[in-house]
Design a protein around this ligand. Sequence first.
Ligand SMILES: O=C(O)C1=C[C@@H](OP(=O)(O)O)[C@@H](O)[C@H](O)C1
Ligand SMILES: C=C(OP(=O)(O)O)C(=O)O
Length: 431
Amino acid sequence: MALVDLPGSKSLTARALFLAAAADGVTTLVRPLRSDDTEGFAEGLARLGYRVGRTPDTWQVDGRPDGPPAGAADVYCRDGATTARFLPALAATGHGTYRFDASPQMRRRPLLPLTRALRDLGVDLRHEDREGHHPLTVRANGVEGGKVTLDAGQSSQYLTALLLLGPLTRTGLHIEVTDLVSAPYVGITLAMMRAFGVEVEREGDVFRVPPGGYRATTYPIEPDASTASYFFAAAAVTPGAEVTVPGLSEGALQGDLGFVEVLRRMGAEVTVAADRTTVRGTGTLRGLTVAMRDVSDTMPTLAAVAPFADGPVRIEDVANTRVKECDRLEACAENLRRLGIDVATGPDWIEIRPGRPSGAEIRSHGDHRIVMSFAVTGLRTPGISFDDPGCVRKTFPGFHEAFAALRASFVARADPPGGAASGPADEEPGR
Ligand SMILES: O=C(O)C1=C[C@@H](OP(=O)(O)O)[C@@H](O)[C@H](O)C1
Ligand SMILES: C=C(OP(=O)(O)O)C(=O)O
């Protein structure tokens, strides 16, 4: 059995940094994620004038309820959409001029519904080149509050940005949502706002956020459930292997833990306990059709293990995976084909037929999830390598070391009698 300690959740760390910065005292984040996305978020806060202190296990943030201390700032959001979408909302609560730019891919990713909602609330937000895209400048003078309508059908992060902003407005926010993707992330936002002292009233698609600000606290960060999907999938494709992730459990905030239910439907043995989750490979991996609108960060994980199933795997309702770190539907299809697998895609779906992948270089497209997902395929496919293995730094800089350790534990278990046929490929994927 492999016990895998994983780094903290990106989504929880980003929200905790925002909430801590806006709260009325010093907040301590316990076991935050340290990766390019969250370091970028913390650096953005520092640029806006907030103090972020560090110990090996914690980050402390001095909250400033009146908005960014800096009167002007230039913030580079790197490749992180949470940074690029949440921080302009925080900046709007201050008094100054704040410019936000981002990586070439983040510049391409959409923002317009959030831009429109912020402007409807009176925020002076201007895009430099293309309407609805970075770079942008916020000329902030606090936010009055009021009523706003939002289309979050392309990204729930627009709604999270507005919800986080709500208590920092003078009169509160009334948000009506016309469409919503990745809904569980909104659940994370509401639960974390509650932990910082704010209760949002929700009636279906309407959210009422009271004014009054946030209370500082000490906030422990759950392990990252999307990251865990690679380790759970590794167990599922390796007969007899078992992976346990402590700290991801029944009460977890992250919807992506739901990925284990997909593995259960395929035939893996899954136990979600009070303090841990365990997946065991049974040797059975059934094909299935599954809608992943709520958990689409785990779509590439499923696509990468799909060839090992005994029937087609069809993943539906994942149109928004086309506007992530890359067009993930096409990147998954391209790489599966490079491995010799038969695959088809449509506007919001991908279907993968069973097959025996042969080794090839995976084209990462700068996307951490493409690399981490196809590392799982590599457990059973000799000769897989990556053109840009380092892009895992976005959410898990230590991924390759952690995955190699898992692989070694599988090999030790499977070796010697009868292991070679059912165990992992005997060659570590090249990086
Ligand atoms: O709010 C968040 O922390 C996130 C929301 C999701 O994005 P979308 O809502 O854009 O699908 C998810 O894909 C992303 O990795 C993190
Ligand atoms: C889509 C992702 O990130 P973000 O949207 O936060 O950049 C991800 O981590 O898979």
